[in-house]
Write a protein that binds this ligand. Sequence first.
Ligand SMILES: Cc1cc2nc3c(=O)[nH]c(=O)nc-3n(C[C@H](O)[C@H](O)[C@H](O)COP(=O)(O)OP(=O)(O)OC[C@H]3O[C@@H](n4cnc5c(N)ncnc54)[C@H](O)[C@@H]3O)c2cc1C
Length: 579
Amino acid sequence: MTYRAPLDDILFALRLAAGEGAIEPGGVYGDIADGVAEQTLTEAARFAEEVLLPLDGIGDRVGATYANGAVTTPPGWREAYAQWRQGGWNAIAAGEDYGGLDLPALLNAGCTEIWNAANMAFAVCPLLGHSAIEAMEAHATDALKETYLRRIVSGEWTATMNLTEPGAGSDLGLMRARAERANDGSYRLFGQKIFITYGEHDLAPNIVHLVLARLPDAPAGTRGISLFLAPKFLPDEAGAFTRRNDVRCAGIEHKLGIHGSPTCTMIFGDEGGAVAFLIGEENKGLACMFTMMNNARLSVGLQGVALAERAAQMALHYARERKQGRAPGAKETSAIIEHPDVARMLLTMASNTAAARAICYETAASIDRTQRERDPARAAAAHERASLLTPVAKAFSTDIANETTSLAVQVFGGMGYIEETGVAQLMRDARICAIYEGTNGIQAIDLVMRKIRGGDGAALAREIDDMRAIARDAEFSQEALRESVEALAQASAFLTKAEVTDALAGATPYLRLFALARGATLLVKGARAATREKHPGAPRYAALARFFADHFAVAAPGLTKTVIEGGASVNESHAALNE
Ligand SMILES: Cc1cc2nc3c(=O)[nH]c(=O)nc-3n(C[C@H](O)[C@H](O)[C@H](O)COP(=O)(O)OP(=O)(O)OC[C@H]3O[C@@H](n4cnc5c(N)ncnc54)[C@H](O)[C@@H]3O)c2cc1C
């Protein structure tokens, strides 16, 4: 057993995040009432377990390969992609105008978790394609949508996001790729992009690249970046996409993990310029990218939940089978799960995964409510909440994915370090999630500088009020919960007024503190709801909520001390870093 989609847990988390009565005819999620959510997730799980999961190991061992500008995906991936496309999975969250099913972000979140748990190196291709779909839906011309978006939504073609360059990673203002205006209203692109996921491959006949580049008269920095669409193949005179554009893949990276996913160096404009079309307005490219940033970051957070869930399942299964030593009071050799220290590791994995899932699904529900609430004030509040929670969802979930996959290796002991058992692959695959789509350090800075210090504080105040109310009524671990929420309130108040250097130094501990208080209160809320509705998972949810509160939320006051007092020992300690 390497992975079974936890449908009951996902459905429960989904309903909790949706809110009471929402998934009913007439509710905000009326379109997924009457079993649509259950059916969609069940089918997504079947596809994940039967098609994607068996290819995960071979993807890791064989990897994507490069020769003469072409990239070959691992054996079986072309067939799996054809099935993915035929199943209509690519279209589920896209808008109806261009062939999408327009299902809620919340349901897409459940599917994204399941697919990435089964095979993240495969699932990252459509995940990034979805970002391109969103950017195009919001900003592309109707003509571009008709020609390209429709085929990306159906999965006939795939799409990429070309942001990163050798000199421009976290700081896109340093970007050098250049665009020139052509006489016919199109543009020509020149430059190099690196680390482009699925920039070249053999899964689909055409690849649509969304590329950030700078026009000759553009202002310096991020205000001078424009977004372009440059396909691998352009239409010939008969309208068939046979004409090769001036864009090529110069090589792929040898990486720590996700070996099945080609990470490409892309060269634009070696032979006169890659033909490209503007998306949105000139010099407004970064604003276009921000449209879809919340969803893309949430999706990477869900990759973290996915890998953590799979690692937790594998470790639990192994710990029940493996016998070593005698547990206290046992007369015979025990399964290692009987040892309190192993139980602690397993509970750490399961409870962190549940907390991360709860935060991610709340974020997805807030994204949905932004679009689905009829009352403008409620929609605006939902938008603010999605913005506040997104960096927490991304960074906490992917941090705990690294911790959880590492713990899985620990539970397996020496066998965990041996590749055949498969847990080492999870640890290697998980590592990238904390790096791409904005490193977790950048997420923490976004949380503190833009969301906490930048806004009017209303979204944070509502969030803290909600946490306080849950803590007040908690049936267990009330003190740990209350203290964690008050610690968050105290650190937040400090950060709104702190010196910039102190705020930046405290950003990462603050994000963890936020996630602990929010995660603990959401788990307690879930446990209470499960008990009330006599859900079969209620005893497990209560045990996980209590463990998370007593083992992790209790760290909150210490983190607040670090946020408030620790800045100086970062900013005044350069002596320790000088050579
Ligand atoms: C497997 C893989 C797939 C990828 N896929 C894509 C893709 O499809 N498209 C794409 O465009 N890119 C992609 N990337 C690139 C990825 O998004 C970047 O690697 C990432 O944004 C970090 O940029 P960087 O590597 O230049 O690191 P740097 O920006 O050099 O960061 C290095 C370290 O410094 C920290 N740091 C940097 N600036 C600051 C700051 N202002 N304050 C505090 N700390 C800071 C970072 O947090 C990090 O810890 C991919 C990368 C990999 C490895």
